[in-house]
Design a protein. Structure first.
Length: 139
């Protein structure tokens, strides 16, 4: 067995600038020349790999649901909630909510001001005097 070693080693990638100086190093994982990586994972880390695969499957299912929602609500008409958005994301939805909340707040404040305004003389006169109503009007 001279020269055959099943040792693992790290894969390190170096990012360099235009002056060929190393800016940063990135650890890309591990490898082994003698034993393929999938065999090691399947033998010693099977449960962890299954958990990772399950999470990837869940992510894929959620991406499919998101795509379906985008397609369903990006058309024209009543269901065109996302027609102005090219891609739905949390930031864009929160921005739309802020706009809607601002418009709602403005409308409610306007309505509140109208409620708080004193009644006009015409409103006072017709509201308090039953005999002053025009003929044919019901009070």
């Amino acid at each position: 067995m001279d020269g055959w070693k099943a040792e693992t080693y790290r894969i390190i990638e170096e990012k360099k600038n235009k002056d060929n100086k190393v800016i940063r190093t990135i650890d890309k994982g591990w490898t082994c020349d003698l034993i393929p990586k999938p065999l090691v994972i399947n033998r010693y880390f099977y449960e962890q790999q299954q958990a990772i695969d399950d999470l990837y499957n869940e992510i894929e299912a959620l991406q499919i649901q998101l795509t379906e929602l985008e397609e369903e609500y990006s058309g024209e008409g009543e269901n065109a909630f996302f027609s102005e958005l090219e891609k739905v994301n949390k930031v864009m939805v929160n921005a739309e909510l802020l706009i809607i909340k601002g418009q709602l707040k403005t409308a409610l404040l306007h309505k509140l001001k109208l409620i708080e305004l004193p009644p006009t003389p015409k409103q006072l006169h017709y509201g308090n005097c039953y005999g002053c109503a025009k003929i044919g009007e019901t009070i």
